[in-house]
Write a protein that binds this ligand. Structure first.
Ligand code: UD1
Length: 362
């Protein structure tokens, strides 16, 4: 059996790291294709090195662009690649433009698509990720669904049956797999002079937060106000960096916050593990905070990971309200939610690979 896996953005490299290892163990021929959506060293190559992900067989070098341009170029290039490789399955992760492009091309070429992280919904169709998720789920043949809530979302859209599998969350596998390596190898705290339990780590990169300057300003104001009483570490995504520089906000931000380049996975794992509070608009980081049992403040009005709201580990704050950000960080500081095993047992990757091989054997 041959599986053609499509990755392109940082969170997909992280997810693929454990699934690719499970493919090797199972003796499955995996052809890894990188769309090139993320291309900076610290957004891409660094993750392949650190997480021991095999070098992609193909890199399409698509790069940045508007949604139509970026997705269209990916589709054109992926079509040729899939026709060359003749895979039995196409595997896509998450909700990025690389996910959508891979799923659409696979469906049109009648190559079955398997979607890891299926069924998640924010119910906000203005988020590009929501559009990507919905379309990908509806054209995929096999859906690996992380949570019960995501199973319900799919059922409401008429997607049920034995090709919809509750798998648990591969990001939990990754967090467990690399925990001790991160403890051993990351020197982040000493490098930055941070003390465990005494700082906030924040990330901001969602288009709806970075591209609207009023929203970005209120996030900057909120984080600067938080930083008056404790250190705030902000590893800066290139999209956010560009927006801050273009709007003249970057200097003010850098004067008050501990701003760094994007961190590698192991450093980020440590940054979260030792933070008092995580503030983010990322989907993945909301869960990573929970995996380390850290409280999270999410700078969005919706989330796909509703279990973390229900269990009290996470709270949503409108990013347009700087004062609420400060209040939410104060409330989260020292707080804890209730326990849940909603993300599975850390063996999602194994289940994914086993399901694909069993289906192939039928
Ligand atoms: C993408 C995903 C988002 C995911 C995120 C993880 C879509 C629609 N969005 O958002 O779901 O959470 O990746 O990071 O697919 N850029 C660089 N260097 C890079 C990558 C990006 O400078 O290596 C800059 C470019 O200016 C680019 C901008 O970031 O225009 C946006 O990049 P893009 O990949 O389109 O979206 P992300 O914001 O990274």
């Amino acid at each position: 059996m041959k599986v053609l896996t499509i990755v392109g953005a940082r969170p997909q490299f992280i997810k693929a790291s454990v699934v690719s290892k499970a493919f090797v163990v199972a003796g499955v021929d995996e052809c890894l294709v990188h769309t090139g959506q993320h291309y900076d060293e610290n957004m891409s190559a660094a993750f392949f090195d650190e997480l021991g992900i095999p070098t992609p067989k193909v890199n399409l070098h698509i790069g940045s662009g508007g949604h139509g341009l970026q997705t269209g170029r990916m589709m054109e290039a992926l079509e040729g690649c899939i026709l060359d490789e003749h895979p039995d399955w196409i595997l896509v992760y998450g909700d990025t433009n690389s996910t959508l492009a891979g799923a659409l091309v696979g469906a049109k070429l009648h190559v079955p698509v398997a979607h890891v992280e299926a069924g998640l919904r924010s119910f906000d169709r203005k988020m590009p990720e929501e559009v990507n998720r919905v379309v990908t789920d509806h054209v995929s043949r096999l859906l690996f669904v992380p949570t019960a809530a995501a199973m319900d979302n799919l059922a409401r859209e008429g997607i049920t049956g034995d090709m919809v599998l509750r798998s648990g969350d591969v990001m939990f596998d990754v967090a467990l797999h690399y925990a001790s390596k991160a403890d051993r190898e990351s020197k982040l705290l000493s490098r930055l002079g941070l003390s465990s339990g005494e700082y906030v780590v924040a990330t901001v990169h969602r288009a709806e937060n970075t591209d609207n300057l009023d929203t970005l300003r209120s996030i900057v104001d909120g984080l600067l106000a938080v930083a008056e009483s404790r250190p705030v570490l902000l590893p800066l995504h290139p999209r956010t960096a560009a927006s801050l520089s273009a709007s003249g906000m970057r200097e003010r931000m850098e004067a008050g916050l501990l701003v760094t380049e994007p961190l590698g996975y192991l450093d980020m794992l440590q940054a979260v593990k030792h933070a008092a509070v995580v503030v983010t608009d990322s989907g993945g980081l909301q869960k990573e905070a929970f995996f380390q049992r850290r409280p999270c403040v999410t700078l969005r009005t919706t989330t796909e990971w509703i279990e973390l709201l229900e269990t009290g580990w996470n709270r949503l704050v409108p990013p347009t309200d700087g004062e609420s950000i400060v209040k939410a960080v104060d409330a989260a500081w020292g707080s804890a939610g209730t326990e849940t095993d909603v993300y599975g047992d850390g063996r999602a990757a194994e289940l994914i690979v086993r399901s694909l091989t069993e289906l192939d054997a039928r």
